[in-house]
Design a protein around this ligand. Sequence first.
Ligand code: GLU
Length: 431
Amino acid sequence: MLVSAFVMLGRVATTAGDELLASALKQLDAAAKALGLDRGMHRFLSMPERTLIVSLPVHRDDGSLEVFTGYRVQHSTGRGPGKGGIRFHPDVTLEEVQGLAMLMTWKCAVTDLPLGGAKGGVAFDPRTFSEKEIQRLTKRYTAAILPIIGPEKDIPAPDVNTDARHMAWIVDTVTMMTGQHSPEVVTGKPVELGGSRGRTEATGRGVAFVTLELLRRMGHGAEGTRVAVQGFGNVGSIAALALAEAGCRIVAISDVTGGYAIPSGIDVREAMEHVKRDPKRTLEGLKGATRISNAELLASDVDVLIPAALEGQINADNAHEVRARMIVEGANGPITAEADRKLTERDITVVPDILANAGGVVVSYFEWVQSRAQFYWELDEVERRLEIYMRRAMDLVLSKSKAYDCTPREAAFIVAVERVASAIEKRGIFP
Ligand code: GLU
């Protein structure tokens, strides 16, 4: 009998990050069992290849010195250099970054990118910092992780609370420290600094693509399909916009200030404009909307629910309240393992994060290719290729789910774990 890898590591889940790591390990256990994976390989894939913890002293604008903790975790480089974003959030922990790094390995494998999985993070709340303070912290963090990153080693990208601005600061830091212009060290850069066209929108567009594809396969049209989206950041807002443009009715959205419902349908473009105009960049005061709680949003009477905020949002306490027939995971790990089991029992179809939100890393891969070649593609080229990668991954996952008579999540893990294990086996364990 295989012991759950989380238990094997001797840990008990207490925070959302612990829970995310525990869920990722449980999913690995299930895939390992289905594949009859070698016990040693299973253990190797349960742990990150490398973990770096750094201490970051930074001067605040008032001259005081504060010290922050940063992480960079490379879960697997079996199929290629590590790949994954950098998150700035007060809840960042080592366990969370380890879990997210592992999900990146599977995400890159399920979409067949020649990349491994990694993740980084710094534990602090960027909302209470000035732009200059965040810039100093980003540059110090970059200098601290520089020994283990690079275009052939590990390529960071944006994640929660980071975007193209931060990537530009990283390019500058690496360029200053190495004396070589280094745009290929990260993806998700501004287009004028070697970023790919379509990268910012890629995750949200990928989420919309898999949603529409699933609706089509279930014999639903998009027209009139009711959708609720939790989180109105880069992923949630773009996914909502693309789905509204395809004919869906977005009936509820939310952000840090809570939920906003308009049963006849939210004008998503107007909501995006509202956020841009708002001094705090929130949905507060959205015209025509009824205020609802986060719990009410997750329990909305809709066809599709898209959790696109943080992990652990749908858990053992609220899974029974979900009324949607389909959930598309815009965020990483928004459903805990226990909630996932409850949703499966209720026949709710879940498109897992490692497939649903893979559009971002797919276009990151395109950006890495373009930056290394110093040859940039037009937007239609990026979009055409993104669709090819997403469709291929979705076809494979859904056909595996039929073949193994399992959920799309289990199938996605089976595809990914098989690919990573096979690459490691073919390389032969060093030495
Ligand atoms: N942070 C994104 C993710 O979780 C993108 C990572 C990347 O582009 O490397 O998939």
